[in-house]
Design a binder for this molecule. Structure first.
Ligand code: FES
Length: 233
């Protein structure tokens, strides 16, 4: 006779979270969906859209490579111990808004945390997000600025509506996206979407944000966050 499985009530489900392990992988729990997406250029060569190329089978727990040397990427295969990976964290625990440069336009305000840049380059089109925000009294400029900010994986760029004072954020399903950029041969960070808590190896929580980019090459000077170093690695 087959045993009937009791469905786990929602209240007992393990919450989604990512824990940074000391000099080791990201330990993901709570059944976070994992996929790979590529950055696609438009006809003029500007980064414009995302294309999903792979969706991994859902797992409650998994470990993602943080040292950049796994033979089974994006998953950890234990190589970090062989290469004596130094995963020392240097990321800020304070809210990103505290360090942001602020640019105020007629309809939008831009908060720019340059040190979180991952060089995804969605912000360059149509004169660049900084000019677009300054021209945000124009509806087209406003709409492109909102689109460019929402595509910024790390949340370096956040636009706020001057009328409401609130950030305009894309509505993401909680998920982790492995970023690839084949047009430039770049292997980008892990894009953590939808506000999943990230906990340091010391047990301290980082600010929960809708868009966060975690280093997976091992070379960031701002671990666990990506700082664009994967481009030179
Ligand atoms: S993945 Fe961007 S610095 Fe490591």
């Amino acid at each position: 006779m087959t045993e009937k499985k009791t469905p786990v009530p929602d209240t007992q489900k393990e919450p989604m979270k990512i824990t940074v392990s000391k000099n080791g992988p990201y330990l993901v729990s709570g059944g976070v969906p994992l996929k790979t997406e590529e950055i696609c250029n438009d006809d003029e060569g500007y980064c414009r859209t995302w294309r999903e190329t792979k969706s991994y089978p859902l797992q409650q727990h998994y470990a993602l490579c943080r040292c950049g040397h796994s033979g089974n990427k994006p998953f950890c295969d234990g190589t970090h111990t062989k290469i004596h990976f130094d995963g020392t964290e240097a990321g800020d625990f304070e809210p990103a808004s505290e360090h942001a440069k602020v640019i105020r336009g007629p309809a939008l305000t831009l908060a720019d945390n340059e040190h979180l840049c991952v060089h995804a380059r969605f912000c360059m089109r149509a004169g660049g997000i900084w000019n677009l925000v300054r021209q945000s009294g124009n509806d087209e400029a406003r709409d492109i600025a909102i689109e460019e900010a929402g595509n910024c994986p790390s949340g370096r760029l956040v636009v706020m509506d001057n009328k409401t004072g609130k950030a305009i954020e894309p509505d993401f399903e909680k998920s982790i996206v492995v970023i690839e950029y084949p047009a430039r041969g770049e292997h980008g960070p892990l894009w953590v979407r939808g506000g999943i808590p990230v906990i340091s190896a010391d047990g301290e929580p980082y600010e929960i944000r809708n868009r966060v980019a975690l280093c997976r090459c091992g070379y960031s000077g701002n671990k666990p966050f990506c700082d664009g170093s994967h481009i030179e690695s």
